[in-house]
Design a protein around this ligand. Structure first.
Ligand SMILES: Cc1cc2nc3c(=O)[nH]c(=O)nc-3n(C[C@H](O)[C@H](O)[C@H](O)COP(=O)(O)O)c2cc1C
Length: 148
């Protein structure tokens, strides 16, 4: 199966760690959003889209990339990292992926180092995350995607 993970990870590299862990399991290529070549994206059967969460949204560069995609019939999944680390914000991206014709087969989120605003004074919250336990969960999630 030809798989691709696309991510934006501009703050602390948190989402990149998750992307790499999943890609190892899936044997997937990993690309930053700006490296994606739109004309070859239909080569992939499975595509994961991920970023940190900023003011309750996925990173604008990831959302813009999805807006720019052609219609695709790939399976897709969503991953995110954030101070909260919740799936609650995934529907905003799910809807965009479905509007492009993709089937969204899952989502993964985890708490991650967050130095937004006043948290910075204390060195941030969730320091050290994603940690090995988080990456283990990311790998287990990816293994689930390999099962029929
Ligand atoms: C300006 C700013 C806004 C943020 N807003 C949120 C938010 O709304 N919800 C949340 O859970 N985390 C929020 N965070 C924390 C980031 O989502 C978190 O650090 C994320 O893991 C960054 O991912 P990255 O290192 O891959 O870029 C915010 C961080 C910054 C700097």
């Amino acid at each position: 199966m030809k798989a691709l993970l696309v991510y934006v990870s501009v703050e602390h590299g948190n989402t990149e760690k998750v992307a790499i862990a999943m890609a190892e399991v899936l044997g997937a290529e990993v690309k930053k959003a700006e490296e994606v070549v739109l004309s070859s994206i239909s080569d992939y059967e499975l595509i994961g889209f991920g970023s940190g969460i900023f003011y309750g949204k996925f990173h604008p560069d990831l959302l813009k990339l999805v807006d720019d995609l052609p219609r695709l019939n790939a399976r897709s999944f969503i991953f995110s990292t954030g101070g909260v680390g919740s799936h609650k914000l995934h529907p905003q991206l799910r809807k965009k992926l479905e509007d492009k014709g993709m089937k969204v087969v899952g989502g993964f989120s985890c708490k991650a180092w967050d130095t937004y605003g006043a948290f910075k004074i204390l060195g941030g919250i969730n320091k050290g995350r994603p940690n090995e336990e988080d990456l283990k969960k990311a790998r287990a999630f990816a293994e689930g995607l390999l099962r029929p």
